[in-house]
Design a protein around this ligand. Sequence first.
Ligand code: AKG
Ligand code: FE2
Length: 200
Amino acid sequence: MSLSAASLQRPDLVERADYYDHRTLHDVLDADACRHLINVVDADAGDRTAYVDPQGKVTRHADVWWIAPDAADAQGLIQRIVALVRQVNQDYYGFDLDDTQEADFQFTRYGAGHFYGWHTDIGKDHLSRRKLSVVVQLSDPASYVGCNLQFHGHEQQLELATRAQGSVTVFPSFRSHAVTKLIWGTRWSLVGWLEGPLFR
Ligand SMILES: O=C(O)CCC(=O)C(=O)O
Ligand SMILES: [Fe+2]
């Protein structure tokens, strides 16, 4: 943290070097837990998502599943992850979060050619309350090529998220990010959002 000239008059106007960073939580789940989560999903019943922009360009292509509220042990694992992310929020971001929010998590499966173009997770309507995004890497990184989660730095430089199985990446939902095209294999991720009152 540093004090700018403005913050001499307004002590709340501190500057933060790490405010915009993504954070990595290593080894949150072991390989068995990751496989267990993938098996919760009915592999044939996912929604094919293809987002197309007004120019007709595909901006996202993957299969997604919302996690069923009755998937009890999966919900237990997710509660553990949410508790860790709340701690990260206390330690780094300090965003106002909704303490009573039900976990809002989605499985994504990327096959050959699937990707997710540059986007932010915050948006209008029900996306406007998103504060923190959470990505759990469920697949062994040796089981797929490509499909890297990456971020735009402040000056467009690229930063890569970890590919390690069972690790969790946390970032502010206003950060621009993308998933590069999957070249070979299959990648599963579990993506969630912690919400709160609108930024002010
Ligand atoms: O699959 C990922 O790594 C990230 C997906 C994503 O950005 C999203 O669902 O908003
Ligand atoms: Fe995203």
